[in-house]
Design a protein around this ligand. Structure first.
Ligand code: PMP
Length: 423
C-alpha cells in the first residue's frame, strides 16, 4: 500500500523532503503526521479537500472536529473579512468579545462567566491553575486515556505522562468509567483534591463515551469533598447548543471549550463556570490568579465566534448534525455486521471512531489492543478512494456534508470489508 501511495503523491513527497523535514518528524502537529509522509493539503471548499497532487477528498476528518461548518463557510468568512478590514488585534477591548461571552453564557447552563484563550490546551491549563487558586488545593484528578491538549495527555498507563510533555500540575490518573476505583482514589486525596476533570467522551483516545452513572458519581463526589467538577467539552460541546452536558443532564462547576466556535479558521479556546470561581481572575481580586494573553480577544476570532453562534450554529443545525452522525454510525455498524467484519464503531452523534477489534471497545486499552495494521490499511484504502479521515480512524462530521456524500463513504467501507474477508 505504501509503495503505490508514494507513486500517487509525488508533489507531497517532494515538499516533505525539501522543506518539511526541518520540523521534527516533518510536522508541527504530531497528530497529523503519518508514514511514509502525509499528503500535503492545498485547499478546502465546503466538505472537500484538495492536495498538492490534485486529489480531491471528501473531508471526514473535519479538522479533528474544529472544522464543523466546512471550509470557508460564507457567513463566517464574511464576518472575519469585515473584522480584519477594521484593523488587526487592536490592543484593547473590542466590540465583539462581550457579545460572544454573552452568547456562551446564554447557551451553557454551567457557564455564568467566561474567558477566552488561544487553544483548548491553553484553556484547560489556565482553568486548572484557576481552580487550584480557588480551592487552595493542588491535586487534579484525570482519567486514563484522557486528552486535554498537547501538554496534558493520559494515555498509556496510570502514571502521569505517558506520551506527552506534561504540564506542571499535580495530576492523579484514575481508571476511566470505574466508580469503585474513583471512590478509593478520592478518599485517599480528598483533602487536597482541587478538581475532577473529565472528557464526557474521550475523543482522542477513540471516541469512548463516559457512562452516565460514572458522570453522576463524579458530580456527587466532587460536591462531597469540595472539589470543582470540570468538563472538557473541547470536542463534545458539538452534541447540542448547550454541549453534551445538556443532553446528559449533569451540570459541572466549570467547562472548557475550543475548536469550532471560531468557525474552524481561527484558533479558539475558552473556559467558564460559576461566578464565584471565575471571579478570582478579576483584575484586582485579592489572592487572585492572573489571566491575560495578547490574542485572547483577537478580533477575527471574536467576530467569527459571534457569526457562528448567532447565525450558523442554531438549534436546528446542532440537532441535524447529531442525527446525521447517529445515522452514519448505524449504517457503518450495519455494513460491518452484514460483512461479518470486526469493525466496531464507537462514539456519540457526529463524532465517531472506527476500530478493528473482535472485542467490544470501551477503553483506551481496548483501542490499543485493536488491529492497528488493519486500521492503517483501511486509512490508505480510504485515501485512495477519496476519503480523508483522521489516521486513527476518527470521523468528525461537518454541517455542510450531505447524506448522499456519506452514503458514498458507507459504500467504500462496505467494499473494503467484503473484499478483505479476514477482517
Ligand atoms: N481537549 C480535548 C478534549 C481535545 O480534543 C483537544 C484537541 N484535540 C484539546 C483539549 C486541545 O485543544 P487544542 O488542540 O485547541 O489545544
Amino acid at each position: 500500500a505504501r509503495a503505490s501511495y508514494g507513486k500517487a503523491n509525488p508533489e507531497s513527497q517532494k515538499i516533505h523532503t525539501e522543506s518539511l523535514l526541518t520540523l521534527p518528524g516533518g510536522t508541527t502537529r504530531n497528530v497529523v503526521h503519518f508514514k511514509p509522509f502525509p499528503v500535503i493539503l492545498e485547499s478546502g471548499r465546503g466538505s472537500y479537500l484538495t492536495d498538492v497532487d490534485d486529489h480531491t477528498y471528501l473531508d471526514l476528518c473535519g479538522e479533528y472536529s474544529a472544522g464543523m461548518f466546512g471550509h470557508s463557510h460564507p457567513v463566517i468568512t464574511k464576518a472575519m473579512h469585515s473584522a480584519i478590514d477594521s484593523g488587526f488585534a487592536l490592543g484593547g477591548v473590542n466590540r465583539f468579545e462581550g457579545r460572544l461571552a454573552k452568547l456562551f453564557c446564554d447557551r451553557f447552563a454551567s457557564i455564568e462567566k467566561i474567558r477566552f484563550s488561544n487553544s483548548g490546551t491553553e484553556a484547560n491549563l489556565t482553568a486548572i491553575a484557576l481552580v487550584k487558586a480557588y480551592t487552595k488545593r493542588n491535586t487534579i484528578l484525570v482519567f486514563k486515556g484522557g486528552y486535554h491538549g498537547g501538554l496534558a495527555t493520559f494515555s498509556k498507563d496510570d502514571k502521569v505522562t505517558a506520551n506527552s510533555m506534561n504540564a506542571p500540575h499535580n495530576f492523579i490518573v484514575a481508571p476511566y468509567n470505574d466508580i469503585q476505583a474513583l471512590e478509593e482514589i478520592v478518599a485517599q486525596h480528598k483533602d487536597d483534591l482541587a478538581c475532577i476533570f473529565l472528557e464526557l467522551m474521550q475523543g482522542s483516545s477513540g471516541c469512548l463515551p463516559a457512562d452516565i452513572d460514572f458522570i453522576k458519581a463524579l458530580r456527587a463526589k466532587a460536591t462531597e469533598v469540595g472539589a470543582v467538577l470540570m468538563f472538557d467539552e473541547v470536542m463534545t460541546s458539538r452534541m447540542s447548543t448547550g454541549g453534551l452536558q445538556k443532553l446528559i443532564g449533569v451540570t459541572p462547576d466549570m467547562t472548557t471549550l475550543g475548536k469550532y466556535f471560531a468557525g474552524g479558521g481561527q484558533n479558539f479556546g475558552a473556559f467558564g463556570g460559576k461566578t464565584e470561581i471565575m471571579s478570582i481572575i478579576e483584575p484586582g481580586h485579592p489572592g487572585g490568579a492572573y489571566h491575560s494573553g495578547t490574542y485572547n480577544n483577537n478580533v477575527t476570532t471574536m467576530a467569527a465566534g459571534v457569526a457562528v453562534l448567532e447565525q450558523v450554529w442554531t438549534e436546528q443545525a446542532a440537532s441535524d448534525l447529531y442525527n446525521m452522525g447517529e445515522w452514519l454510525q448505524h449504517e457503518l455498524q450495519r455494513v460491518s455486521k452484514e460483512a461479518g467484519s470486526t469493525l466496531k464503531v464507537t462514539g456519540v452523534g457526529s463524532l465517531m471512531t472506527l476500530h478493528f477489534s473482535s472485542k467490544e471497545v470501551r477503553s483506551a486499552a481496548d483501542v490499543q489492543a485493536s488491529e492497528t495494521t488493519v486500521r492503517e490499511l483501511f486509512f490508505f484504502d480510504m485515501l485512495k478512494k477519496g476519503f480523508y479521515l483522521a489516521q486513527r480512524g476518527m470521523v468528525s462530521l461537518m454541517t455542510v456534508t450531505t447524506k448522499e456524500e456519506l452514503e458514498t463513504f458507507v459504500e467504500a467501507v462496505r467494499l473494503f470489508l467484503v473484499e478483505r474477508k479476514e477482517f
